[in-house]
Design a protein around this ligand. Structure first.
Ligand SMILES: *Cc1c(COP(=O)(O)O)cnc(C)c1O
Length: 406
């Protein structure tokens, strides 16, 4: 049986137009299905960083802020991320962590929403940091948090809703939320839509401008391969830029930063989202890493991502005895991100053993096995092998018996 799937995997890999990109990354003989947590290293980045360290910092020192383009890196790199998430130039600025950008976006959106709107809807299954930060932002601004399933938000939004903060793809289940529909429903209620793109940017088309998203944030170390802790980004729709009032108005977002004046005056455009001196080493590693997207259409990435997750699910169904794992990732393509999450009673032991056998996914406690599919460097043979090794591991890890039977 595994022959059939292995043969199909080989055929699919031969026909895969994105397969050529795999050699751009540093990989080993294992199967890496954790690019939704930390993207692999693009092979050309170390040489670029050696130059940044030795020449730009070592030799040019302070001159690099101008001569090497350090000062303008946050907006320059924002413009490189923009096409991947469907934004025009001038709407994205890179810097700080996603957590910090969630804070900027939630407070700024609450201010944009105006008086009388005292509720912030938050994705009840959100990645925790978004929820923690939104709760603190709400305390500062005098708003009330309303935790909701994103599917209930459209109906719940009303005259008291200031904004909704939603994860585009659920980090645990891999469910893709309806960004166009929910954004439109929030607007119909007079509220703003703030989207967290951590698990969608670089994996599927987002269409920020097209769908009228108000504000968005996302990280760059997952599907964008920027490196551990690489800076996040903030998107501000053009229509909000003039009124965007950052709760962290650092000197980097001043209209004349080197005027060093006591009064704050915001710069124009997305760079209002800047705060202080950018983390240049990480920022430039990210910029270099983005080279792998040259000539890549995000629609092709999406098509391959769906084909990979379909094929992986099919292999799991064929190889794994019924009942040992249950997929919690939606079947429908329109509701699926770029990962497969399998519920498994023995998940901790199974993931540890999978990693030991060269198939790297991750565990979300208590019982979720998470497999991320990054189409630029994961192929169909990887998907088949991961499912096969999973079945082997499950054969070796005894099924958990309910206490009555022990
Ligand atoms: C990965 C992720 C984060 C991470 O936030 P950091 O500030 O970079 O630690 C935040 N939100 C979501 C939805 C994520 O998936």
């Amino acid at each position: 049986m595994s022959d059939t799937y292995a043969r199909r995997a080989a055929e699919l890999d031969r026909a895969d137009g994105l397969g050529v990109h795999r050699k751009k990354f540093v990989l080993d003989e294992g199967v890496y299905l954790d690019g939704n947590s930390l993207g692999a290293l693009p092979a050309h980045v170390p040489a670029r960083m050696a130059d940044v360290l030795a020449r730009e910092w070592g030799e040019l020192r302070i001159r690099s802020w101008d001569e090497s383009g350090w000062w303008t890196a946050p907006e320059r790199i924002g413009d490189r991320i923009a096409p991947l998430v469907g934004a025009a130039p001038g709407r994205i600025v890179v810097g700080d962590s996603t957590s910090v950008n969630v804070f900027k976006a939630v407070v700024a959106a609450a201010r944009l929403a105006g008086e009388g709107r005292d509720e912030i809807l938050v994705d009840a299954t959100t990645f925790p940091t978004d929820g923690y930060i939104a709760a603190s932002a709400a305390r500062l601004t005098g708003h009330r948090i309303v935790p909701l399933d994103p599917a209930e938000m459209a109906a719940a939004a009303g005259p008291r809703t200031a904004l909704a903060l939603v994860n585009h793809v659920d980090y645990r289940t891999g469910r893709l939320q309806d960004l166009p529909g929910l954004t439109a429903a929030l607007h119909a209620a007079g509220a703003l839509a703030v989207w967290d793109l951590c698990h969608s940017a670089g994996a599927l088309p987002v269409g920020l401008d097209e769908h009228g998203v108000d504000l968005a944030v996302g990280c760059t170390y997952k599907y964008l391969n920027g490196g551990p802790g690489s800076p996040a980004y903030l998107y501000v729709a053009e229509r909000h830029q003039a009124a965007f009032d950052s709760p962290l108005p650092g000197w980097n977002s001043h209209a004349d930063p080197f005027g060093m004046t006591p009064g704050y005056q915001a710069a124009d455009g997305a760079l209002r989202g800047r705060v202080g001196t950018p983390d240049i080493l990480s920022t430039l590693a990210l910029e270099s890493a983005l080279d792998v997207w040259d000539g890549v259409a995000i629609e092709d990435v999406r098509a391959k991502s769906l084909a990979l997750t379909d094929f992986f699910l099919e292999c799991v169904e064929a190889y794994v005895p019924a009942g040992r794992v249950v997929s919690v990732t939606p079947e429908a393509h329109g509701e699926r991100g770029s990962q497969v999450a399998l519920r498994c009673a023995e998940a901790p032991a199974v993931m540890a053993e999978l990693i030991r056998r060269g198939v790297v996914g991750d565990l979300r406690r208590p019982d979720i096995l998470r497999f991320g599919f990054t189409p630029l460097y994961v192929g169909f043979a990887d998907a088949e092998r991961a499912a096969r090794v999973l079945a082997e591991v499950l054969a070796d890890v005894p099924a958990h018996l309910p206490p009555a039977q022990v």
